[in-house]
Design a protein. Structure first.
Length: 398
């Protein structure tokens, strides 16, 4: 989003920013120029006033009326063109002024003033909602038609056609501007949602990464403290393991923040064996997972699931045995790879899923999988499934 704004700042200052408010005086002048250039079609009324064909009072009244008409037109179109119809009294008042002056000047001063109806049609199309403009423009044309008949002109000419065409053309332009405004708002919303999603991803990654690593560091620190008086050599080994885990945690956090973190299931299985053994939990973990036909995103989701499950076993369960299984299964929805982590502990306390399980559910759903977690017959069980390739391309798991 920042790049878009920077790119937008490089646009020429004379370019009209469609659907956006003017910010500086130069943009105001440019917008006024784009709107005011169409006042060239008022040359006929101006020429009629300067020609001297009217009385002095009629000329003065005509000049004042024309100035009021142009002021109302410029104010209305400059402030409200393409914007939502949020100030009806203001818009309707200025349209009423134009709608009264155009027929009055045309009726009293002659056919040279019939071009004012074009500006009334433009203002209606540019500022009114589509439903209101759809009857206001034809009404303007009807009034113009009647006055033309009164002034002795044929009822149908190019000016009448112009009122219809340019009026409804401005309806389209106004709709385009409003759509542009809505698209800009939608783009800002999408950018905001993307930023929220990225923050959520970082929160999940950091929780999973640091929760596992810090739990292992805490456990090994306790072991080192107990071993230090009688077994300094073993304590030194635990301290070396702590250093290794800390360094790996630092690498993992950097990769997660950079957006490149994709844990591998084989590496997580190896780490699971180490973590459970260090916690005094008898671990039954498959050595080599069968990942034939498993997409990288699915494998990554299962690796996160395994890490979260093992972290919970070490920190909360109080278990002394843990069984990890990977199995390829055929379901009604197609082939899946199923990860089961079951322990004989309490499974922790509380009935509301924690942040880890909530984030894990989101990861698996994003990969097309699912998560089940709850008490088993002899403890607690976490079951994660992800889709795989068709059964003809994969074999049975461990």
């Amino acid at each position: 989003m920042t790049e878009d704004r920077r790119a937008g700042d490089k646009r020429p200052e004379t370019q009209v920013r469609i659907g956006q408010a003017t910010r500086v005086r130069r943009e105001v002048l440019v917008k006024a120029l784009w709107i005011g250039v169409w006042l060239v079609f008022l040359s006929s009324p101006v020429h009629d006033l300067v020609a001297g064909d009217h009385t002095e009072s009629a000329t003065v009244a005509g000049a004042l009326g024309l100035a009021a008409f142009v002021g109302a037109y410029l104010t209305l179109v400059f402030r409200n063109m393409g914007r939502p119809f949020t100030n009806p009294p203001f818009v309707v008042t200025l349209l009423a002024v134009m709608g009264l002056l155009a027929p009055l000047l045309n009726y009293t001063l002659g056919n040279a003033w019939e071009g004012l109806f074009v500006y009334v049609s433009v203002a209606c199309g540019a500022t009114l909602p589509m439903r209101a403009a759809s009857w206001a423009i034809p009404a303007t044309a009807v009034v113009m038609y009647l006055i033309a008949l009164h002034n002795g002109q044929p009822g149908w000419d190019d000016s009448l056609l112009l009122v219809f065409l340019i009026g409804f053309a401005m309806v389209g332009v106004g709709q385009l501007v409003r759509t542009t405004i809505e698209l800009r708002k939608a783009r800002a919303t999408v950018a905001h949602l993307a930023a929220n999603e990225e923050r959520l991803r970082l929160a999940r990654d950091l929780h999973d990464l640091l929760g596992h690593s810090l739990s292992l560091i805490t456990l090994k620190s306790e072991l080192a403290g107990r071993m230090l008086p009688d077994h300094p050599d073993k304590a030194a080994q635990q301290v070396a393991d702590i250093e290794q885990v800390s360094r790996q945690a630092l690498v993992d956090v950097r990769e997660a923040v950079s957006g490149y973190r994709r844990p591998r299931l084989a590496a997580e299985l190896a780490g699971t064996k180490v973590a459970l053994t260090a916690a005094g939990v008898t671990a039954d973990v498959p050595a080599e997972p069968d990942l034939a036909g498993v997409p990288e995103e699915s494998e990554s989701a299962l690796a996160w699931a395994l890490r979260e499950a093992v972290t919970n076993v070490v920190r909360h369960s109080g278990a002394d045995r843990c069984l990890v299984q990977l199995t390829h299964r055929q379901t009604l929805d197609g082939p899946v790879l199923e990860l089961s982590v079951e322990d004989n502990g309490s499974g922790g306390t509380g009935v509301v899923p924690g942040n880890g399980l909530t984030g894990l559910t989101e990861r698996l759903e994003k990969a097309g999988g699912s998560l089940e977690a709850g008490r088993a017959k002899h403890g607690f069980r976490l079951l994660a499934r992800v889709p795989t390739a068709p059964s003809g391309d994969v074999g049975s798991g461990a």
